[in-house]
Design a protein around this ligand. Structure first.
Ligand SMILES: Nc1ncnc2c1ncn2[C@@H]1O[C@H](COP(=O)(O)OP(=O)(O)OP(=O)(O)O)[C@@H](O)[C@H]1O
Length: 267
């Protein structure tokens, strides 16, 4: 279990997270949702040890996160941050291999090379292995970074908006793969998504944040009510259910009278 126990995170006077307490189980996908600027990235950075809790504790299987010498703690994580430009003068394969940087010496052994190519095959990019990464599209770069964290074979997977640049096919490919590997390897997976319908489909649990505080934690069916979405985002929605019983969110859009008045003017 990855546990946050009354965790508060501050940078200077700014409180990024306040009194967070949740326990995240292996083999499950936890989707973090909430409005912009509400502390989702800060939560991931805190779990990775990039931000230190000002109060409270983080524990993995009962072991507290150390305050210093975070190398061994971080080795257990695969972290795919938001918006890494990848303007690097490296090949796609080299970027994927960076996932194993802390294990590699001057020489890359054949087994690691095969694993890296397998990760690229899994995301459908093996044909681009030798291409310069800066020459890829935004979506392709996102898939390369996903292949990089797959290669790390972590115990805990942190992904910050991993599908923000992906088309529908690649969103499903990445999230299906994440789901399969989370189940198979018993990963504790924490993923930030803005799309509430993807969150409902792929989340075993939702971690709902607003203003750095936990608003709800539970299954999509329990958490995703019209009332919560309205309160969180200030948007009225209809909540239905898809064929598998997962909640389906549909915003009630503004119905403009504009085209009618244009017709009237034209008449
Ligand atoms: N290093 C920092 N120093 C000061 N304030 C910060 C720092 N990092 C984040 N913040 C502030 O903390 C708040 C939460 O930021 P965070 O990036 O965690 O939000 P988010 O929920 O991931 O947002 P988004 O959905 O827009 O990506 C924001 O108001 C942000 O400006």
């Amino acid at each position: 279990m990855l546990e946050l126990d009354d965790v508060t995170v501050k940078v200077g006077p700014q409180v990024l997270a306040r009194n967070l307490s949740v326990a995240l189980a292996p083999g499950e996908i936890n989707v973090v949702i909430g409005p912009n600027g509400t502390g989702k990235t800060s939560l991931l950075r805190t779990l990775f040890g990039e931000l230190q809790p000002a109060a409270g504790q983080i524990r993995l299987n009962g072991q507290a996160m150390p305050r210093h010498h975070l190398g061994p703690w971080r080795k257990q994580f695969g972290y795919m941050p938001q918006d890494t430009g990848l303007d690097l003068d490296l090949s796609v394969l080299e970027v994927v291999l960076m996932g194993k940087l802390d294990h590699l010496g001057m020489h890359v052994d054949d087994a690691t090379l095969m694993e890296a190519l397998e990760a690229l095959r899994a995301v459908g990019l093996v044909a681009l292995a030798d291409r310069a990464v800066h020459s890829l599209s935004g979506g392709q770069r996102q898939m390369v970074l996903f292949a990089q964290v797959l290669l790390r074979a972590p115990r805990i997977m942190l992904l910050d908006e991993p599908v923000s640049a992906l088309d529908l096919k690649h969103q499903v490919l990445l999230l299906d793969l994440l789901h399969r590997q989370t189940r198979k390897n018993g990963w504790i997976t924490v993923v930030v998504l803005h799309d509430l319908n993807l969150a409902a489909q792929y989340g075993d649990r939702l971690v709902v944040l607003a203003h750095g505080t936990l608003q709800a934690f539970g299954t999509p069916a329990d958490v995703l009510t019209a009332e919560l979405v309205q309160r969180l985002y200030g948007v009225a929605v209809d909540v239905g259910h898809d064929r598998f019983g997962d909640p389906h969110i549909r915003p009630i859009r503004e119905r403009s009278l504009h085209p009618v008045s244009l017709q009237q003017e034209a008449a």
